[in-house]
Design a protein around this ligand. Structure first.
Ligand code: CA
Length: 231
């Protein structure tokens, strides 16, 4: 079993690696450090970390390949901590099995919040979520219905399916391709405009102010996230 309090940091830049280690140790985690993909993979096997933070730019292996190798070894969440503002790469990382990503220079509070979210949902895995609450909206996955302030909201089948996909993995970004594949099927992976329309309708029905959404958040070029504890 992965050890939830132990985090593995795979990062070749010693200054960033130390900064991450100090930040995480201060927050109460045990930290295992690896400077290369090879060291990281052996630490996954030996230390059984509860989550893996990895840099995509490592000297000895392609970061995207490393995600697949880590994913094959452990169910622990994988968070990409990357300097690259490359949207296509984030999407690929998520589609290959990463749980989330944080862009360097990272905000400490945001990083810790993302780690807590990833650990919480991994730990809850196995038991399917039956209902998810976000603000005054309740998504009842068991009975396929949505309530807002206790009153049932009428959604089209596609609106419900998109919302349910996001609700099954709350607080995590789900890529356009993942949503399109599940809701419309693999032949429609490039029809991001379908999603945009459905999300716009969902915001009209569920957000307090559809122009300033707090629940259904857009990750530009990547996907959408349902925030269950909006600030
Ligand atoms: Ca690097």
């Amino acid at each position: 079993m992965p050890n939830a309090d132990k985090l593995l940091v795979i990062e070749d830049d010693p200054a960033i690696r130390r900064l991450l280690a100090v930040t995480l140790e201060r927050a109460g985690y045990q930290v295992v450090q690896a400077a290369t993909a090879r060291e990281g993979l052996s630490a996954v096997d030996i230390d059984r970390p509860g989550a893996v933070l990895l840099d995509l730019g490592l000297p000895d292996r392609d970061g995207l390949e490393l995600i697949q190798l880590v994913r094959a070894r452990t169910p622990a969440p994988i968070l990409v901590v990357s300097a690259r503002e490359n949207t296509a790469e984030k999407v690929t990382a998520l589609d290959l099995g990463a749980d989330d990503y944080v862009v360097k220079p990272f905000d400490t509070e945001e990083l810790l919040a993302r780690i807590r979210t990833a650990l919480r949902h991994r730990n809850a895995n196995g038991a399917e979520l039956q209902s998810v609450c976000a603000d005054d909206v309740e998504i009842d996955l068991e009975h396929r219905r949505v309530l807002r302030g206790g009153a049932e909201v009428h959604l089209s089948p596609k609106e419900y399916e998109v919302l349910a996909e996001l609700a099954k993995r709350p607080d995590r970004v789900i890529t356009h391709a993942q949503l399109l594949k599940t809701v419309w099927g693999p032949a429609h992976l490039d029809r991001v405009e379908y999603l945009r329309i459905v999300v716009r309708n969902l915001r009209q029905k569920l957000e307090r102010d559809a122009a300033r959404p707090r629940l259904l958040l857009n990750e530009p070029g990547v996907g959408y996230r349902l925030t269950v504890h909006p600030a």
